[in-house]
Design a protein around this ligand. Structure first.
Ligand code: FAD
Ligand code: NAD
Length: 482
């Protein structure tokens, strides 16, 4: 017999679990279908983000940074530490505990919100029917007035470096190393490559990152990307741009290594690594998700085709998060989940796709919002720039953490903020102030007229805003340009 709901959500990652909770809060009868299982064969919620993405990677970034700081920088503070050691299994176990706490939390929220939590693989059969196949192979059919597809994404594989999750791993395998690899190769200098490369570099690996493009971080403001490259190289990451991997070979024997053939400007080369991370992007996860007769269309890149309200071409069927166009980010996925829930309940809501913040959680962090200089130049918009280097921040110097800068771009005519680009400690949190300001269409002057606590890193945001109009106090305003 088919169970009937107002809404059935497929996938309980950030897009799906947030959509389901908001639907339930709005009084809609809601079920969520999830197929992810842990090694104990229990269904786990939270998708990529909680299980193998945002959270575990940040847990390891934080642990590895504490180790690196203790080992490399405690002397500066007058603290003498001897025999600082790493216990990799303990580090991984802590990461797993954080993950489990959060995934259990999502399960608790489903119970609290009276959401039916159904284990198994969901498939859209028609505009109001979802077939669920349990892990034991049992089938049931759910009827829904609305379907929300939130099936997420999976890593892209490349034929020249097949994943075995032992020696050649994807981002999931790179969160599970049992010891620090002596030599670590990374294919792809994108967000995952730089974050996970940093984790293992801090713990002692010699890291070589092979990036196919000649440009480093092409989506990032050029000045910030240049600064990032300089800082990461100083930290010991060897980043080879324009490097094309043509083949990989595993060694024989118990403890395997991998030899990579690649070519760059210096010609054909070989390199040997103990582990290799492949981080060349992710693809929408639509495998076995849509019955052809349901008629849900995909775009040319395999994403489920949606409009700005996340409606597919089939009325009543919505899709949100990584499985649809746009940046593959948890906060974008969550906002889309909320928007769809609200619109199903006849409320007005729209995601502002022009203001999606991005962060790379290296140290220092890199964070940006809005337009960068190159984009403004290309669109012919006149702008003023305010730059504040953290070397001039009392708080950053007190913390011995003064690498980087804040760059604010504002419209020459209106002074409205058009973009902000930060490399520095706590860049993600600093940027959020500008995200709010931009949502309110603030001008650089509005921020300049706001009082900031002293001493704080946020004062850098204030000074950058003042610098836009040549009024900075603690730095020279000479660099102001149009
Ligand atoms: P997912 O989280 O992928 O969830 C999809 C869910 O749907 C999964 O649980 C899956 O099992 C389930 N599912 C799929 N098909 C079916 C089916 N047929 N039936 C039932 N269930 C199904 N983003 C950030 O914003 N910040 C970060 O710091 C960050 N760090 C990351 C680090 C790493 C290593 C990785 C890999 C990603 C990171 N991301 C980060 C990206 C972020 O994880 C994704 O953008 C986010 O998880 C997308 O959410 P989603 O709900 O769309 O998809
Ligand atoms: P990415 O798109 O950020 O980077 C992939 C990189 O690999 C690119 O620079 C690309 O040019 C390069 N590349 C592609 N094919 C290659 C090849 N054959 N050889 C060498 N280089 C190659 O993708 P990612 O790092 O895998 O991350 C996937 C997604 O996950 C990101 O788009 C991001 O949205 C999300 N993510 C976000 C965060 C965060 O918000 N902090 C962290 C991790 C992941």
């Amino acid at each position: 017999m088919s169970k009937e709901y107002d809404v059935v959500v497929i996938g309980s990652g950030p897009a799906g679990y947030v959509a389901a909770i908001r639907c339930a809060q709005l009084g809609l009868s809601t079920a969520i279908v999830e197929k992810w299982r842990n090694s104990n064969k229990e269904t786990v919620h939270g998708g990529t983000c909680l299980n193998v993405g945002c959270i575990p990677s940040k847990a390891l970034l934080d642990s590895s940074y504490k180790y690196f700081e203790a080992k490399e920088h405690s002397d500066v503070h007058g603290i003498k530490l001897q025999n600082v050691k790493i216990d990799v299994p303990a580090m991984i176990a802590r990461k797993d505990k954080v993950v489990s706490q959060l995934t259990q939390g999502v399960k608790g929220l489903f119970t609290a919100n009276k959401i039916d939590d159904i284990a198994g693989a969901g498939k859209v059969v028609s505009k109001n029917k979802v077939k669920v196949i349990s892990h034991d192979g049992e089938e049931q059919e759910l009827t829904a007035k609305h379907i929300i597809i939130a099936a997420g994404s999976v890593p892209i594989n490349i034929p020249s470096a097949p994943i075995d999750q032992e020696t050649i791993v994807d981002s999931t395998g790179a969160l599970e190393f049992k010891e620090v690899p002596k030599r670590l190769g990374v294919i792809g200098a994108g967000i995952i490559g730089l974050e996970l490369g940093s984790v293992w570099a801090r713990l002692g690996s010699e890291v070589v990152v092979l990036e196919a493009l000649e440009d480093f971080l092409p989506a990032v403001d050029k000045q910030i990307a240049k600064e990032t490259l300089k800082i990461l190289e100083k930290q010991g990451l060897e980043i080879k741009l324009g490097a094309r991997v043509t083949d990989t070979k595993l060694s024989k024997g118990a403890k395997k290594t991998v030899t990579i053939d690649f070519s760059d400007t210096q010609g054909d080369q070989k390199a040997e690594f103990d582990k290799l991370i492949v981080a060349v992007g992710r693809r929408p996860f639509t495998d076995d998700l849509l019955e052809v007769s349901a008629g849900v269309e995909l775009d040319e890149r395999g994403f489920i085709k949606v409009n700005d309200q996340c409606e597919t071409n089939v009325p009543g069927v919505h899709a949100v998060g990584d499985v649809v166009r746009g940046p593959m980010l948890a906060h974008k996925a969550m906002e889309e989940g909320i928007m769809v829930a609200e619109r199903i309940a006849d409320k007005k809501m729209q995601v502002n796709y022009d203001l999606i913040p991005s962060v790379i959680y290296t140290h220092p962090e890199i964070a940006w919002i809005g337009k960068n200089e190159e984009e403004l130049k290309a669109s012919g918009i006149d702008y003023n720039i305010g730059v504040f280097p953290f070397a001039a921040s009392g708080r950053a110097l007190a913390a011995n953490d003064s690498d980087g800068l804040i760059k604010l771009l504002a419209d020459t005519q209106t002074d409205r903020i058009l973009g902000c680009h930060i490399i520095g400690a706590s860049a993600a949190d600093l940027l959020q102030q500008i995200v709010i300001a931009m949502e309110f269409s603030a001008s650089a002057e509005d921020i300049g007229l706001t009082m900031f606590s002293h001493p704080s890193l946020s004062e850098g945001v204030h000074e950058a805003a003042l610098a836009v109009n040549g009024h900075a106090i603690h730095i020279s305003n000479r660099k102001r340009r149009k």
